[in-house]
Ligand binder design. Structure first.
Ligand SMILES: Nc1ncnc2c1ncn2[C@@H]1O[C@H](COP(=O)(O)OP(=O)(O)OP(=O)(O)O)[C@@H](O)[C@H]1O
Length: 773
């Protein structure tokens, strides 16, 4: 295919008459400048071509797209106005036979080597099998002058044509080589001076792109216009003077500029118009969060105290709100609501894994690539001096060899010092006293005492199944539908469906997994939504999620009730554990075998837990008679205690009661009732001592379907913290003595057969580091 611009009036007259599909003869003039050629002025061989497209450009002529098909020999001109017509006959070519084939193959190979990267050429070579056509196409593809191309056109002997094309290629190659050689030499001669000038120009362009270099004046203007504390102003003036002294391209200049840029970007005096309207906060918290009444009340109290004390922020007052709880219970989103309601922007500073003081307080400017710490970086992003800053995962801050980040954080939170917080990089005091800090943590036990002392701790323990359904119904479903790009009301999740998702597909204290599962379901019904009928107002009917949809999008139920997992042989008891991600069920398995009275303990237990296992056994031995255990049997048998999910380390004293119960069950042959879960520390004398995390543990028991929960006497008052709906469905047994525990936990009669060790199959969820508190 080729395009032909048509301009001369007579050709134009023809072009106007042509329609796509018409055929036309294309003849070549011997002298292109001649206006009115006769037959003798044309080369004798013309090309017959099919018109495939035509673009009329008005006064600028017509563009024809043509597809040449064969050579024709011109015999005579028949007419010259309004356009030329000619008589012509097909020009016979001599095919060239095998020789032409061999030449064509050589030509192909040669071209492939010459231009390995030219995909258009490669396609052409691949597609063209006929040697005659190959020669024509290669000649058309080449970048050579028209006279030479015309020679190829006139050549009717195919072998001669192929040879000519090969020659032309060699010529072109030689020319190209010569040119690149000359280019190389010229370039070498380009003097050092010119090269530098060129590089400099490029450098300026790069600096401009990066916003450096020539923007010195811009920076100066910005700094001049800013309202800055006096001390800062002095430093700015000094640094600007230094910047004038160093050349524009020196590294030092860059360091100064970056520093000044930081000063220019920090909110030294700007404030968001923050309100301290408690009602607005109350309303926003209520709108965005279901339940959590206690938590909301405590947040409001804290805000009220701030308002009354006249302090502009909690940092100024010296106590910081700290929301503690498992992941996904809404800690961050509570902080977001507070920020939104008070009109302050929110920034998050993640402290998880921070081990280096410099992360908080920055690196000194003498280090290459030094930058301010995370707090100053957050302030820069906040753009005002009174934002809400969420200190995320304050409990996961480590202590490395490069200074103690906690000390730096304490300074940030200390009302005496945070008015003049000095970052190592800035070397200027920055006022953090108007920041409203809110910390979040999963686990309080790892917080140091000084830090804890600064925090007003509010626990967000986790939700019951009903609460989760309500949260999903009111918040998660609309949120997730919008996230999936669907209208808010396009999919209906009935409460039973939500309850099924909570029960069968999630096992968590918060609602994060639940939100994900809802999104999965929403996405899988998206097609149904798109196909749904529209009503008379043009609105689509909502798609109702069915249990079939759940099966299709989420698969088989992922979690069976904990009780179903459990074997029913004597020797297994369900304990309740507290973990940083919420309460959990922890089975204790025991088994016996002939031996010498030894006790084996496995399952990655910490020292405290191992000791409580030994204490439990010691107590049982000392009361063998009372519990109907044969002391001789104990001497001749080894016992083994295992706590499954062996890969997760566990520790703490609160499994004491459960270990004792499991051992007593094993040795008496009385099974532990399958609907009982328990927690409590056991003493050597059989007393039951209190433990922590009752609310989370009870919620976990309820979640797992247990009906009776055994708790230490001294934890009785903690039951009040448990939501009423859960309390109503559980029976609490309060125990002071191990005897009472056994009475409530064991089935009355021994089972006849010893079924041997039975393993609760699936490892428990809950992430790493399960800890019994
Ligand atoms: N009571 C609630 N009402 C409405 N939405 C809630 C509630 N609790 C949690 N959510 C929603 O659950 C999601 C997860 O909450 P969020 O990210 O705040 O959890 P988090 O406790 O901060 O977790 P992490 O500690 O992992 O950061 C958010 O979309 C939030 O809106």
């Amino acid at each position: 295919m080729t395009t032909i611009p048509v301009g001369r009036p007579r050709s134009r007259a023809l072009a106007d008459a042509l329609r796509p599909g018409d055929r036309v003869l294309l003849a070549v003039q011997r002298d292109p400048s001649q206006e009115d050629p006769s037959l003798a002025d044309l080369h004798p061989i013309a090309t017959l071509a099919r018109v495939t497209d035509k673009t009329d450009r008005g006064s600028r002529g017509v563009i024809l797209v043509v597809e040449p098909t064969s050579r024709y020999r011109l015999i005579s001109l028949l007419q010259t106005v309004p356009y030329w017509t000619a008589r012509a006959e097909l020009a016979e070519e001599t095919s060239g036979g095998d020789e032409a084939q061999i030449l064509a193959t050589a030509l192909r190979d040669h071209l492939r080597e010459l231009a390995p990267g030219d995909s258009q050429l490669h396609e052409l070579l691949r597609e063209t099998r006929d040697p005659a056509v190959l020669a024509d196409r290669v000649a058309a593809w080449m970048d050579t002058d028209d006279a030479k191309k015309t020679e190829v056109l006139l050549q009717l002997d195919v072998t001669a044509r192929l040879r000519r094309v090969a020659e032309l290629i060699n010529e072109a190659r030689a020319k190209a080589e010569l040119r690149s050689k000359i280019d190389g030499e010229v370039r070498k001669e380009l003097g050092k001076h010119q090269k530098e000038a060129m590089l400099r120009q490029q450098l300026r362009a790069i600096q401009k792109e990066l916003g450096e270099g020539d923007d010195k004046d811009e920076l100066r203007e910005k700094l001049d216009a800013m309202e800055l504390p006096e001390e800062v102003r002095e430093v700015v003036d000094r640094e600007l003077r230094r910047l004038d002294q160093v050349g524009p391209n020196q590294a030092e200049g860059n360091v100064i500029r970056t520093y000044l840029q930081w000063i220019a970007d920090l909110p030294w005096t700007d404030r968001a118009p923050a309100s301290s309207d408690i009602d607005a906060v109350a309303q926003k918290l209520e709108e965005d969060h279901y339940g959590l009444d206690d938590v909301k009340r405590r947040i409001l109290e804290h805000m009220a105290v701030l308002k009354l004390s006249g302090a502009s922020s909690n940092a100024a007052r010296g106590t910081i709100l700290c929301l503690v709880g498992p992941p996904g219970v809404g800690k961050t989103s509570l902080a977001q609501s507070v920020a939104a309601a008070t009109g302050r922007p929110l920034q998050r500073v993640s402290l998880g894994g921070v081990r280096d003081e410099a992360e908080i307080r920055g690196h000194r400017r003498t280090y290459i690539g030094a930058l301010p710490g995370r707090l100053i970086a957050a302030m820069r992003k906040a753009k005002v001096k009174n934002p809400v800053i969420v200190l995320d995962e304050i409990d996961k801050m480590g202590r490395g060899w490069q200074g103690d980040p906690e000390a730096a954080l304490l300074e940030v939170l200390d009302p005496e010092q945070n008015k003049n917080f000095t970052d190592h990089y800035m070397e200027l005091p920055f006022d953090l006293s108007e920041v409203l800090f809110i910390a979040t943590a999963n686990d309080l036990s790892t917080l140091s005492a000084p830090l804890r002392d600064r925090l007003e701790i509010i626990e967000v323990t986790g939700y019951t199944a009903e609460e989760k359904v309500q949260i999903a119904h009111r918040h998660l479903v609309p949120q997730q539908l919008v996230k999936a790009g669907m209208p808010e009301k396009s999919v209906l999740f009935a409460d039973e469906i939500l309850a099924a998702i909570v029960r069968d597909y999630t096992r968590e204290a918060g609602v994060r997994q639940l939100a994900r599962e809802i999104q999965k379901v929403a996405r899988s019904v998206a097609l149904d939504v798109a196909r749904a009928k529209t009503d008379e107002h043009g609105e689509r009917e909502a798609v109702t999620v069915t249990s079939e949809h759940l099966k299709k999008s989420l698969g088989k139920p992922r979690f069976l009730s904990d009780m179903a997992e459990r074997g029913n042989a004597p020797g297994i008891a369900a304990g309740l554990a507290w973990t940083p991600v919420g309460g959990d069920i922890l089975y204790i398995e025991t088994t016996k075998m002939p031996g010498k009275g030894r006790l084996e303990i496995t399952g990655q237990l910490g020292d405290v837990m191992k000791e409580s296992a030994r204490a439990a056994l010691a107590y049982l031995r000392s009361r063998a008679d009372e519990y109907g255990v044969d002391p001789e049997f104990l001497e001749k048998h080894d016992l083994h205690i295992h706590v499954p999910a062996g890969a997760i380390p566990k520790d703490g004293p609160s499994a004491g009661v459960t270990m004792f119960t499991a051992l007593a069950s094993l040795l008496t042959g009385r099974r532990v009732r399958s609907d009982v879960a328990m927690t409590g520390e056991a003493t050597l004398r059989g007393r039951v001592l209190p433990i922590g995390g009752v609310k989370s543990k009870v919620l976990a028991a309820h979640r797992a379907g247990f009906k009776r929960v055994i708790l230490p006497k001294l934890n009785e008052r903690d039951i009040d913290d448990v939501p009423e709906s859960v309390r109503g469905e559980l029976e609490f047994v309060i125990a002071e003595e191990m005897r009472e525990v056994l009475a409530a936990a064991l089935e009355p009669d021994p089972v006849a057969v010893d079924a041997g060790p039975t393993t609760p199959s699936t490892p428990k969820g809950g992430g790493e580091g399960a800890v019994i508190a």
